[in-house]
Write a protein that binds this ligand. Sequence first.
Ligand SMILES: Nc1ncnc2c1ncn2[C@@H]1O[C@H](COP(=O)(O)OP(=O)(O)OP(=O)(O)O)[C@@H](O)[C@H]1O
Ligand SMILES: [Mg+2]
Length: 312
Amino acid sequence: MVKNSDTPSAPTPPPVAASPLPQSPAVAARFAALHARPVILEAEHLTCEFDSERGRVTALRDINVRIHRREIVCVIGPSGCGKSTFARVIAGLQPVSAGQILVDGQPVTAPGPDRGMVFQGYTLFPWLTLAQNVRFGLDMQGRAENTADAEARQWLDLVGLGKFADSFPHQLSGGMKQRVAIARALAAGPKILLMDEPFGALDPNTRAQMQTHLMEIWRNVDITIVFITHDMDEAILLADRILVLKAHPGEVLEFLEVPVPRPRSLAQFNTPEFQATRRHLDALIHPAPSAHDPDHAPLPIIRLTQSGDDVE
Ligand SMILES: Nc1ncnc2c1ncn2[C@@H]1O[C@H](COP(=O)(O)OP(=O)(O)OP(=O)(O)O)[C@@H](O)[C@H]1O
Ligand SMILES: [Mg+2]
């Protein structure tokens, strides 16, 4: 059954306060509407631990979040804070140590067609055309032969690659390959699209185009997106809310409502709302170093030069 965040008897209260950043009345109204939408994805006391040579690693500890239908949530945080683990747990690829993930109120126990995934690396089959790559997901669902090809071509149209339906992946740029990967994931009809640094390998211009393109796709498709990134600007541009994690153990620092109005565009980078969000995230993720913090202690310098010449 679909849960609603406003249900008074819900077992786990939303753990993180609303945005500490000021919102215009229009943005506040948009968030009120967003919170009234059904919860499609929920993490309840989610903990995920690994045993490694260095002992037990707590990748995620007691994560409690609720994500609403058609929301875009970006997940940011330092390397090793558990972002990919979070995506893998939602995908059903990683067992949990405690707690659970619910999709539409149902516990996740395995991968399923209600969750699609796009990774940083290009994962297309090189021996199949773009249409055949996109069809792969449809064929897996047992779609009829005569409709699957037309449907695959429609998804390629949606990502702007209809003309390349009969090309092969090696004939495409990196950005185009990721668009096919998005089309293939969407063709299977997921409710949730999980994206783990999908644009991380692209050059800055292509990356900016892909961000615009993703927002366009999201406007046209009923899909909830969980998007993992290292890039603060990318997170602010795309997200309704940003889930900020800290590392060792991976815990929620904040679940921030982004006060930048929609529709978004790259032209908003210099607006006061965008800048304020960036400053806020920067202070959260890179707090001023403390003298006792071993992560910020001065590095012991080992001299490797033989000549003794100083460069300063
Ligand atoms: N299969 C595994 N076995 C042991 N430890 C693991 C495993 N997968 C992840 N970890 C550990 O769990 C922690 C979280 O890893 P994860 O890959 O989720 O981080 P991340 O935030 O995605 O990092 P990055 O930004 O570098 O991609 C790290 O300390 C990592 O070493
Ligand atoms: Mg990762």
